[in-house]
Design a binder for this molecule. Structure first.
Ligand code: 13P
Length: 282
């Protein structure tokens, strides 16, 4: 898969022993905020969209929205599809120009997860597009993808999945969760360490709410892509709510600018830690 942007940013992260931030966006403002945050730091970026966001805009329109934000950015920005449980939607994104797609059949028995992921992997690879898969089940809700129960998969099962499915990046269930954490999660650093010795890059889901220390430890063991979604959504909504309640002049452009500044700052503080440019969130 020569010249694939998703593999390019992951390989670069592996070489530098850092992680690339994979930021979930859902419109032009949040995509532009993520690009600006990465640009200000001079780091690569993955923008990822949920399957629900693709269905909301339509694949071509969403591609154009994100592409308008990343074009001419002067940094490498890969476009990725997050948690997709629909084979046809995954293939549509492959055909529309996404650099990578994540197929999530993790709730199915291992053999079915492998077979269904493999089908899209073969389709994507034939078109130069990369694929991420999940083994074990990561707890929580990501847009309309709900997992009410976490399931851990061991090292052997994870390796069997990687080899059988042909994925280019692996999302193991290590105790992280989508959404807001209640308490401090117990993470399976041993599994990350063992998988980190394998060539397939490790993806850390459920990034919102982990501490800088947890991120740095995961990265030191081989975490190469870190997903952040809830932080973006909550910063966006909380800032709008505060503005509406503030009594400031009720005008969309200044409101947009303030939302964009807040979202950019939140993303930037995380990208700085992922790329080793800061020890803690500012
Ligand atoms: P958070 O919503 O917890 O940041 O998780 C994001 C994620 O893993 C997207 O797949």
């Amino acid at each position: 898969m020569k010249d694939n942007l998703f593999m390019k940013v992951l390989n670069d992260a592996a070489e530098k022993k850092i992680a690339v931030g994979a930021i979930n966006t859902f419109d032009y403002l949040t995509s532009d905020s993520a690009v600006n945050a990465a640009k200000e730091l001079g780091v690569n970026l993955i923008i990822q969209t949920s399957a629900a966001t693709v269905e909301h805009f339509g694949a071509k329109k969403l591609y154009d929205i994100v592409d308008a934000a990343r074009r001419d950015a002067g940094i490498t920005v890969a476009l990725h599809l997050d948690h997709c449980r629909k084979t046809e939607l995954g293939k549509l994104c492959v055909d529309t120009g996404w650099d990578a797609v994540m197929m999530d059949f993790s709730k199915l028995p291992l053999a079915e997860n492998i077979a269904k992921t493999r089908e899209v992997a073969d389709y994507a690879h034939a078109k130069g597009v990369a694929i991420e898969g999940e083994v074990g089940v990561i707890f929580g809700t990501e847009d309309d993808v709900v997992a009410a129960q976490e399931q851990r998969a061991g090292y052997d099962e994870t390796i069997e999945f990687i080899q059988g499915s042909g994925v280019d990046a692996i999302a193991p269930a290590i105790g992280t969760a989508h959404g807001v954490y209640k308490g401090v999660p117990t993470l399976d650093y041993d599994l990350v360490e063992r998988l980190g010795k394998e060539p397939t890059p490790i993806v850390i889901h459920g990034g919102t709410g982990l501490s800088a220390e947890q991120f740095k430890r995961l990265i030191s063991l081989g975490g190469r892509k870190i997903n952040i979604s809830t932080l973006v959504k909550n910063t966006y909504l909380d800032t709008i709510k505060a503005l509406v309640q503030s009594g400031e002049k009720y005008a969309p452009i200044p409101f947009n600018q303030k939302v964009q500044d807040a979202v950019t700052a939140a993303i930037k503080s995380h990208l700085a830690v992922f790329s080793g440019l800061a020890e803690d969130f500012e």
